[in-house]
Design a protein around this ligand. Structure first.
Ligand code: KG4
Ligand code: ZN
Length: 339
């Protein structure tokens, strides 16, 4: 079974071909990073326009790299929620058109569930033992799920304010490190001392499986520029490299402490045998290192997708599409993009 996946929920236009839910035949990602970086974040109108320009070349490239012809596809899968509405619409419209023209089923995929599905894509490791505890850490979401199957996720908690990736992006902006912030903070932190500043960890009570990162972001802001700070102060700020490295390392450690702590608290509470972590922030090497250490300590299997399948891609969408197709859970042409 071969499914074409299409992803356009934010600032990556992506297409991929996946066979039998696991084998990635191709995965093409066209990043719009360069278009958005001078604005310090994703501009929705610019994203939509770039998706329109990129979607057909990216699909052609994915089919070409997979060496699969259009008439060899068994289905077309697309991210239909959540994301930027204008951006989602481009992928959903392209997928509907292809599904209708090729007379193959349309599969509609939840982007957050697709990030979890990356654990089932073939990377040489065994598929996750079930039930599993899944953490999705991306630019827009930080959520915990109890995963009973590749298509079955019960949400246990999530962020009440900023997502983890959003906090990385905002702190990178405060530290004048550019966009996207995650990789920039990770690079700066490599030279810093994680204990240089005692930033707050927001646990929200002993039983809570929710997250809050906005207090941490504000603590970083006050530490760097004081309490009565304006937007102009942030834009005009300059710091010594050693200061930036220490703040980045201490901030990253605070985020990682909470992500690892809550994920394993939830895993132990639900008695699961494995933990799955996906989403752009899961590319962070300090987070990966701390997750591996904790999983070893607890004797829990850890599924960390390779970094290229953590950030937005369409292989995770196509893979999940294969499973939906096999389960007969196809979508109709009136499926809507939902932000
Ligand atoms: O999953 P993703 O590609 O897009 C969304 O679904 O949002 O995640 C993007 C987020 C951005 O906030 C980016 O700063 C963050 O993932 N990110 C990282 C790293 N690479 C990407 N955060 C921390 N460390 C990284 N290495
Ligand atoms: Zn994502």
């Amino acid at each position: 079974m071969r499914v074409l996946g299409i992803e356009s929920s934010c600032d990556e236009t992506a297409a991929a071909v996946v066979e039998d839910g696991a084998r990635v035949r191709s995965s093409v990602v066209s990043s719009q990073q360069r278009l958005h970086e001078r604005f310090g974040g994703v501009v929705p109108e610019i994203a939509s326009r770039a998706h329109v320009e990129n979607i057909l070349p990216v699909i052609r490239m994915a089919l070409g790299e997979a060496d699969v012809a259009l008439d060899e596809l068994d289905g077309v899968a697309v991210t239909h929620t959540p994301g930027l509405i204008g951006a989602l619409l481009i992928g959903v419209t392209a997928a509907k058109a292809l599904s209708w023209a090729l007379e193959v089923p349309l599969l509609s995929v939840n982007h957050l569930h697709a990030h979890i599905y990356a654990a089932w894509l073939d990377d040489g490791t065994a598929p996750p033992r079930l039930p599993a505890l899944s953490l999705v850490v991306s630019g827009g979401h930080t959520s915990l799920y109890l995963t009973r199957g590749p298509l079955d996720h019960e949400r246990l908690g999530g962020t009440l304010d900023d997502a983890a990736g959003e906090a990385f992006d905002k702190v990178a902006n405060i530290l004048r490190l550019g966009y996207p912030g995650g990789p920039a903070i990770e690079r700066a932190a490599a030279e810093g001392n994680p204990n240089a500043v005692a930033f707050p960890r927001s646990w929200l009570g002993p039983e809570s499986l929710d997250f809050s990162f906005s207090g941490l972001k504000t603590a970083v802001l006050y530490h760097c520029l004081g309490r009565n700070v304006s937007k102009e102060d942030i834009a005009g700020a300059s710091y010594e490299a050693g200061f930036v490295a220490d703040v980045a390392a201490a901030f990253q450690e605070a985020v990682v402490d909470v992500l690892v702590g809550k994920t394993f608290a939830a895993a132990l509470r639900h008695g699961v045998g494995s933990v799955i972590v996906g989403g752009g922030v899961a590319a962070n090497s300090r987070l990966r290192q701390r997750l591996r250490a904790r999983a070893r300590e607890e004797g829990i299997q850890l599924h960390l997708a390779p970094a290229r399948l953590c950030t937005d891609n369409a292989a995770m969408v196509a893979g999940m599409g294969c499973r939906l197709l096999a389960a007969g859970r196809t979508a109709t042409l009136d499926v809507e993009a939902v932000p």
